[in-house]
Design a protein around this ligand. Structure first.
Ligand code: FAD
Length: 404
């Protein structure tokens, strides 16, 4: 019996292996990973690890013994290069092929690369993997002037870490506000004010059109012809699903591998989960590809259960968080640009939530330093319970009453 082969040893792949075993999967389980590290946590790479408050050893998700105790074999340092779905075989770079009865594709996503002239120069870095972070950390410490391309989560977290360390930081953003695709203008403005207060110079509506200079000093050229000088350039311009293995094998993909609520692709014994996949979200009413720890873990869990023959649909409310300075932003649910935003709490106190409504329905809640709102909002959204916008805005209204 060939058993289960999982490609990718991060949140989705690891959780799927554990869940399959816990739900009674008896055959061999092998997790193949191109990275050589034990599975590790990615979020601290742009936060505590970069600032030095989280040590390398504290990043490990699960140790060797954990996998051994569950009869899960970790095969590190081997990249899966092709997939023969009819023969049930995965070809590995630098290793013998693996046969499978079931396969889970949990290959995650990768950092989108700049393509402008000068993009390949040394000193232009990305942050996706532990190796990237190990490379970036000393460069960040040594740099005086840092140019960050992209005002998404990774760009902002790196900007916060660098500004707190006393570096001169310029952040270039193509849109007219921060985190445009993820949060409302209210949250964008709040975060902008925090970054400005820490001295970050933010340039909106600017695309990068080229990078010039010497190997030590870079001039990042913006669409308005401004030249922004930095001795380090960090690009955080989004992620791309690693779905090429699946698409080359004829498995349906459209910005990620298409899966159902059990992580099933169109091929009966092949599953996918996490950043590399897209699914229909009952919380968005459309197909989405999410990049979050919660999505990868919960979807991996559903895929593992289905592989073990005990299917449980993936219906968790989407969640995400970001830490910048002393601000904890938490997001539950999925909002859309035209949703109506209602504020609970006081923006000036730095502790507030934004409730997003589509008609009368509560879709999502973003919280700044208000974890209590997140806990209750998660339960309300999961149960399709919506306080009225007036109740949400009234800080004295006990939202827990909605559950009675
Ligand atoms: P990944 O974590 O991307 O892992 C996929 C693995 O598969 C990788 O190790 C990859 O190298 C490997 N792989 C790919 N192709 C192959 C192949 N052909 N053969 C073998 N192995 C392969 N999320 C949050 O919710 N909150 C946060 O605060 C947050 N912060 C983040 C900060 C950073 C710097 C980054 C990079 C991400 C952050 N995220 C955060 C997102 C979160 O880390 C991802 O959503 C999550 O890691 C996705 O897990 P995954 O298992 O789907 O894939």
């Amino acid at each position: 019996m060939s058993g289960l082969v999982i490609i990718g040893a991060s949140y989705a792949g690891v959780q799927a292996g554990i869940s399959a075993r816990e739900k009674g999967y008896q055959a061999p389980i092998r997790i193949v990973a191109d990275e050589t590290h034990l599975p590790y946590q990615r979020p601290p790479l742009s936060k505590g690890f970069l600032s030095g408050s989280v040590a390398h050893s504290n990043l490990i998700l699960r140790g060797d013994d954990y996998f051994k105790a569950r009869g899960i074999e970790l095969v590190l340092g081997h990249r899966a290069v092709s997939l023969d779905r009819d023969a049930g075989r995965v070809e590995l770079q630098g290793g013998d092929p693996f046969a499978f009865d079931q396969l889970l594709i949990a290959t995650g996503s990768r950092a989108r690369q700049l393509t402008v002239p000068g993009h390949a120069r040394d000193g232009i870095v990305y942050l996706r993997t532990l190796d990237d972070a190990v490379n970036l950390k000393p460069r960040l410490e040594a740099a005086n002037e840092i140019v960050i391309i992209g005002g998404g989560f990774i760009g902002l977290e790196v900007a916060a870490t660098a500004a707190k360390a006393g570096k001169k930081v310029v952040l270039i953003e193509a849109a007219s506000r921060l985190l445009e695709r993820a949060v409302s203008p209210l949250i964008s403005q709040f975060l902008l004010n925090i970054h400005l207060a820490h001295g970050v110079d933010i340039r909106f509506n600017q695309s990068v059109v080229g990078i010039e200079g010497t190997s030590a000093v870079h001039d990042v050229i913006c669409s308005d012809a401004a030249r922004v000088r930095g001795d380090l350039v960090v690009a955080g311009i989004g992620g791309i699903a690693n779905d090429e293995l699946a698409s080359a094998a004829g498995i349906g993909c459209a910005n990620g591998v298409d899966v159902d609520e059990f992580g099933r692709t169109g091929v009966p014994n092949i599953f996918a989960a996490g950043d590399c996949s897209n699914h229909h979200s009952i919380f968005a009413g459309r197909r989405v590809r999410l990049e979050s720890v919660q999505n990868a873990t919960d979807q991996g869990n559903a895929a593992g259960a289905a592989i073990a023959g005990k299917p449980e649909p993936y219906v968790s409310v989407p969640r995400f968080w970001s830490d910048q300075y002393d601000v904890k932003l938490q997001i539950v649910g999925l909002s859309a640009p035209n949703d109506t935003a209602v504020i609970r709490g006081a923006i000036d106190d730095g502790r507030f939530s934004v409730f997003y409504y589509r008609g009368p329905k509560l879709m999502a809640v973003d919280s700044i330093n208000r974890p209590g709102d997140q806990m209750i909002a998660r339960r309300l959204i999961a149960a399709s319970l919506s306080p009225t916008p007036e109740q949400a805005a009234d800080g004295s209204f006990d939202l827990k009453k909605m559950e009675a």
